[in-house]
Design a protein around this ligand. Sequence first.
Ligand SMILES: Cc1cc2nc3c(=O)[nH]c(=O)nc-3n(C[C@H](O)[C@H](O)[C@H](O)COP(=O)(O)OP(=O)(O)OC[C@H]3O[C@@H](n4cnc5c(N)ncnc54)[C@H](O)[C@@H]3O)c2cc1C
Length: 706
Amino acid sequence: MGLQDVLFPMEVTDEQLHTVVLLMDAAIHEVSAETVAPYLDKNFPREKLDKYLEEYSRPSKLKGFKELLREAISSNTTPTQTQRDFRFLGASLMSKLAAPIFTNSLKTVPEMTLEEREDLLKSWRDSYLPIKRKLFAIIVTLGIVGFVRLATDLHNAACGYPGRDTREKMYEGHEKSDFRYEMMSKPEVEGEVLSLPDLDVLIVGSGAGSGVVAQTLSEQGYKCLVLEKGKYYHQSEYSFNELEGTALYENNGAVITADALLIILAGSNFGGGTTINWSACLKTPFKVRKEWYDDFGLEWAATEDYDQCMQYVWDKMGAATKHINHSQSNKVIMEAGSKLGYAVREIYQNTGGHKAHDCGMCHLGCKHDIKQGSHAFWLRDALKNGCQFMDQVRVLRIVHKNGKATAAICQNTQTGIKFTITGPKKFIVSSGSLNTPVLLQNSGFKNKHIGQNLKLHPVTVVFGDFGKETKSEPHYRAIMTSVCTEKDDIDGKAHGAKIETIVHTPTMHHVFFPWDGSDRSRVHLLRFNSMSSMLIMHRDTTSGSVRADPDRPEALIVDYTANKFDRGAMLESALIAADMLYIQGAEEIVAPQSHTLTFKSQKPKEERRVDDEDFVEFRKRMANWPIEIYGTRMGSAHQMSTCRMSGKGPAYGACDTRGKLFEADNIYVADASTMPTASGSNPMITTMTIARHIGLCIAEDLKSGL
Ligand SMILES: Cc1cc2nc3c(=O)[nH]c(=O)nc-3n(C[C@H](O)[C@H](O)[C@H](O)COP(=O)(O)OP(=O)(O)OC[C@H]3O[C@@H](n4cnc5c(N)ncnc54)[C@H](O)[C@@H]3O)c2cc1C
């Protein structure tokens, strides 16, 4: 037990929670009807305005908010240090002695007025002390995102967001299949041993890598069993409510780096990341493959073998641009790119040849059964060849002796019952780049690359507000259908940021929107439908790490702080994004760095040029304002490289170029964690390409009895 546990023992108390929520109230609270009236959706029933403002007023008055926060803080998946920090913060802000350190005032937080608390948040935001900026980032992000996730129906009506997808068909003649997976039943007695001597392969995880490897091996006649810790949802069971949809994500969408700088999204459900990803298909850039060949000895990455594997997964998922119907944000990229001469192109979608996929809600699953992820295609194809599945089973450890795995220790995530599976010839870990290394570490493997070299493709967002008359309705268009590659290689080594578009829903929008007081946030909540959001997605040089919390085995500790080069590269692309928004007529541009970095113009779109004096002045300010730690909201949906492959032996990686772990003869890794460095392009296709290659190698090994 540490000193902090002695000083601030036990669970989070009601008073501590209340004190923190008081600060969250300061981030967003009551607003006058006059302030919001001009921004209400035109179909909003005006007679309900007072009721709306009263029922959706501030976090502390919102039903379920405190419970949500308490649950998040005390969850088994929240690292111990985060829990300690929260208790410490709550207790300090209530204490006459400690509060002044944070508040510069003799008042404790509960003694402050709402205005004083809002000013306190602003002072933290602008502080030169990183700890205060960190507190600001945590309070505002958690406060506003929780508030938006609990949005009432009236709020959705006020901002013109349907709240869920009510469409049953994507296009005339679209027919959904009524296919349903059957899950294998799980042992019901603690300690039971499930002996499966006929099983060729046990696959841990059911995401991008797993789907392809299961399909490849099943097709060749090998018996596979896929274990997934998340739940299987039939496509009709996906909820298009943002709060309920968090069940599809690792830690309910709340994995945060240890320094609280970056929010990480990863899928955790039957289908993994492919269930909730945004359908974008991009091939591995040539320079990245060359780097893997040159620096890590991945000979196959430089051969036709790689191309064939990539083409195989590409064709199987029907990657196409044919029926793309760009959203407003994607149009900004395509049209501004051609006007300004920036390198832009359409992004292929894994929509299996369907006529249309006008759905901006892929991040909550594909109820239309169009997106060809593991759930909709790969595992279904594997099933045809006898593959079996078990959901809600976490593999805790792989038992091994003398370099040979013999069993997997599993736990039913619903009942807590532990059981053992024995018999498989091979064990494949496809648990994603956050969990694969943790499972291997917990199993006692020691290679120094396991859990290191974490790449995240950090992202931030530049916003453009296109004015009251615009209603972009992004939820009725595919999410990410265009990319600008103008600055995605600024060092000749494929490091740089692509400009793409973010899933455009109220929650995602507010994770990244810079905070500048409650009133502005309230207006912005209502304006999300008139905004375009340009995602700045960078191929990182920074390396982080991931490991299990020793006190809470289910919690992940992710260390990662974007370095100066990476932040500078993101800024370069953010400037290009600003050009694009300006030339396309945005009335307001909001830079990612800070609250005050905004630009307004009423100049008609047709008369604009990027050398307009006022825009040039803004661009200079933006270029001179670095993307600083805690100054900019950052996120990631791409975790990679934590069990990197190497053709140069264990000093350079955790597994060989066939995916085989250096420390065991019959354990393979087949997911994004095997990439030696970041993929540069969005990683689904690269992950699947590698998994196809590994699947073929395992088939060879099985055939030759290795
Ligand atoms: C919101 C979002 C949007 C994205 N959009 C795109 C996109 O448009 N295009 C693109 O190219 N990429 C996209 N990606 C990235 C892409 O989906 C991932 O890179 C890819 O899914 C990674 O595959 P994987 O096999 O490494 O792991 P995952 O697909 O993450 O699968 C790992 C699975 O293993 C399970 N698991 C973990 N530990 C255990 C255990 N101990 N026991 C049993 N099961 C376990 C997890 O629950 C999870 O389901 C997106 C990702 C996210 C999060």
